[in-house]
Design a protein around this ligand. Structure first.
Ligand code: ZN
Length: 405
């Protein structure tokens, strides 16, 4: 008995110390356009700080006045620098009558339960400070010396190539709106910590083919704003009915759910692009829009080997000009579950089932549990009516074939 108890404790210690990492995601277009995405690392002290910061930012945002529809975008980067140190950045963009950009970063050492400062990274902060100010003046020639003398090195991220320092706009000059940043190549630095090389996983791809004939009744289920902790459960339901979906993913979350993405492809679902940070696209420049698309394409390709062909615009908002900036096919929907708004299974079923016809594209979301709760009933009901489930690409191909028949 005692032995069993001990084994139990060892097993608990082995698997219990760190749960699954995931991304918390809140997206809404009610009174304001809100896209909040941030990582849950399962390091309690770090998660508490991140969620407190995000909640405070959202609270402040809700009190802001604006003559245009206000928009809040909270996005993040997450990097395991080595087996002990995690680096998270939280970027905030607030668009009201003016635009505000802010950043906060957290670098945490799990081994000694400490947040790391720049001094912990570079040692001699004085020499570092001199070099950085020199480079900042080169890059931002109109920087104000008085502002510059007060800069701090609180915010930084580390990726495979660079240590990136961030400065909130007002640290350089009062009028800047964009975040100020400086990339410093890692090769040029002698850091006091080790940085693990990124391990490239073998990517693989085996797309399942379905037998569909020209006169089949077909329907495409689409899921926006994932992946999330609910996505695997959605895949379970799809699998149970031998159905499939098209998942329009938010790029910044992809690295957290690489296995889920592989499962989507292997089980016959399709992956589409839903931008990197879920900003309202019609407010972006061409360059910003391309960045939103390309970063997501790269992340999905890196995770699965598959490069998406489809794009779903955030909040359904786009212009012909935006469309002309990319080769990806813009995909909207004709049946809207309004799952994020109505929340209950019965209302979701009411919004979906009476409105489906052959060739329909149904809009749902997999960043919360609402559509998941209704999915069983949606699929079994449509199956009984003789519908076959196809991906959006298959649906478009079928439409093409039918038109050319
Ligand atoms: Zn969306």
């Amino acid at each position: 008995m005692k032995k069993l108890f001990l084994i139990g404790i060892v097993i608990l210690l082995l698997c219990g110390c760190e749960g699954e990492k995931n991304v918390e995601s809140y997206i809404s277009s009610d009174k304001a356009l809100v896209s909040i995405n941030y990582p849950v690392t399962n390091i309690n002290i770090l998660d508490d700080k991140i969620s407190a910061y995000v909640n405070q930012t959202y609270y402040n945002f809700k009190k802001m006045k604006s003559t245009i529809k206000p928009e809040l975008n909270i996005s993040y980067t997450y990097k395991e620098i080595n087996s002990e140190i995690v680096n998270v950045s939280i970027k905030t963009e607030i668009i009201t009558d003016k635009t505000i950009n802010k950043i906060k970063t957290f670098t945490y050492n799990k081994n000694n339960d400490k947040f790391l400062t720049m001094e912990d990274l570079v040692g001699d902060l004085e020499g570092f400070d001199y070099e950085i100010k020199k480079e900042l003046l080169e890059k931002y020639q109109d920087a104000d010396m008085e502002y510059l003398s007060n800069i701090s090195y609180d915010y930084f991220t580390i990726d495979d190539d660079n240590l990136t320092l961030y400065f909130n706009p007002t640290e350089i000059k009062s009028k800047y709106e964009e975040l100020i940043y400086l990339d410093i190549p890692l090769d040029s630095l002698k850091l006091l910590i080790n940085i693990d090389e990124f391990e490239e996983n073998d990517t693989y791809l085996s797309i399942k083919k379905r037998n569909i004939s020209l006169d089949d009744k077909v329907v495409a289920l689409t899921f926006d704003d994932g992946p999330s902790k609910y996505t695997e459960k959605i895949l379970d339901v799809l699998k149970k009915y031998d159905a499939c979906g098209t998942f329009f993913l938010i790029g910044n979350k992809v690295d957290f759910y690489r296995d889920v993405l592989k499962r989507m492809i292997n089980e016959g679902s399709e992956i589409g692009n839903h931008s990197y940070d879920h900003k309202l696209l019609t407010r972006l420049s061409k360059k910003q829009f391309e960045e939103e698309i390309n970063k997501t394409q790269d992340a999905i390709k890196k995770a699965t080997g598959f490069t998406p062909l489809l794009f779903r615009p955030t909040y359904g908002g786009y212009t012909d000009l935006l469309k002309s900036y990319t080769d990806l096919k813009f995909v909207l929907w004709d049946v809207d579950s309004r799952d994020w708004q109505v929340k209950t299974k019965s209302k979701i079923l009411q919004n979906v089932l009476p409105n489906v016809k052959s060739g329909s594209i149904i809009l749902m979301h997999d960043n919360h549990e609402y559509s998941l709760n209704a999915l069983n009933d949606i699929i079994s009901n449509l199956k009984k009516q003789g519908y076959k489930f196809v991906t959006v690409s298959e649906l478009l191909e079928l439409k093409n074939l039918r038109e050319n028949e």
